[in-house]
Design a protein around this ligand. Sequence first.
Ligand code: ARG
Length: 472
Amino acid sequence: MTDSTLPDNNIHNQFDNKAKAWSARFNEPVSDLVKRYTASVNFDKRLAKFDIQGSLAHAEMLTHVGVISQEDLQQIQTGMATIIQEIEASTFEWSLDLEDVHLNIEKRLVELIGDAGKRLHTGRSRNDQVATDMRLWLREEIDTAIKLVKELRRALAKVALENHDVILPGFTHLQVAQPVTFGHHLLAYAEMFGRDAERLEDCRRRVNRSPLGAAALAGTSYPIDRERTANSLDFEAVCHNSLDAVSDRDFAIEFCAVSSMIMMHISRLSEELIIWMSPRFGFIQLADRFCTGSSIMPQKKNPDVPELARGKTGRVYGHLTALLTLMKAQPLAYNKDNQEDKEGLFDTADTLRDTLTIFVDMVGGITVKADNMRAAALQGFSTATDLADYLVKKGLPFRDAHEVVALAVRQCEDLGCDLADLDLAQLKDFDPRIEEDVFDVLTLEGSVNARSHIGGTAPARVKAEAERILSE
Ligand code: ARG
């Protein structure tokens, strides 16, 4: 067959004449709007580095099994090295006509090296290609997130160690409950971020599997070696079903779920920082670099960073919901819907990375106002439970002790004083078993020191826990 025997508008593929890769099949081009609507290059070009990694592994494998020649491989490697340089130097020309990162890179490769570039796509499809790129990209993001979550855990443990004996009121229902140490309170968040690091590590295992070789959906008739590409890309395993490999986005959903959980923890911490920084509490101060003023009220110093983190939590939850919804009714195997997985996932990773990075710094720079914390703990009868426990130890059943202390609290409220302000005679009126040693338990120190068991709020315990975390 010679060129002259073929209709001139459909013999060439895009790599020769700028038409689409599948143009031989079509009679008319897409409109500009449809082109914009279907293109992903504006956002998926951030996968370029991973797309090239995947292509190089695929080409090396094709050479190894004898599908393409050693010379082809060398040319592909040289061409890709040039493309990497061009992308890094921002001289690479991204084209909307070429739809996505994969076609843009392949087209440039063909421009640079000719036929060897056209052989690269043997035995694969953009469907397994994009799934591979996403997993390689996400694996790196997860590693960064694990590092940052662990750093945040350490930053909290450091501040906890410095404040292992600073006492503040612990709250339930946002009402003063019992005294706790500030270090203990911070270590509660260290626990949350510790579990988050475990969740990320677990999620990474399922991200780190290779879809490459699944091709469009059914696998390929070339004698490919999937284990080889998986190994060279540092995947732990291969995906064992080609239909699943190209359509599975569980790994992305899982990452969004773990990110949502982390942001939920960040948002809870933010809420506390905001409350503690309010002048009504005055428990802490955040460094100025995390706050802004008001354009109209000169006295203001607003905790913008924790407020924004609380707000951005909603946006990360939104990405999780969007991805779950994206997948919910998709039949096997690949559908173009999946192109919509990227922007939300990218934004999740970016938001998580920025938030964690800022929080590591911000937590490290908290100024603790121990006097205000203590003053607050001295209000609100925070040692009432200790008085009840004292009476139980003297032989009163707990429910009766609870009632006795409730009466004492009521009298203190009438008198406008704290339990520890009553003298022994007044206390004895409530129960004759009360003696001088009651003042040991009515003090804040007595209360926290008594809780020295594992997980308790006693300063000695908190110090040991913080040191344990810092030695991890
Ligand atoms: N840009 C596409 C995506 O992100 C790549 C895969 C396209 N595959 C296809 N058969 N149209 O999902």
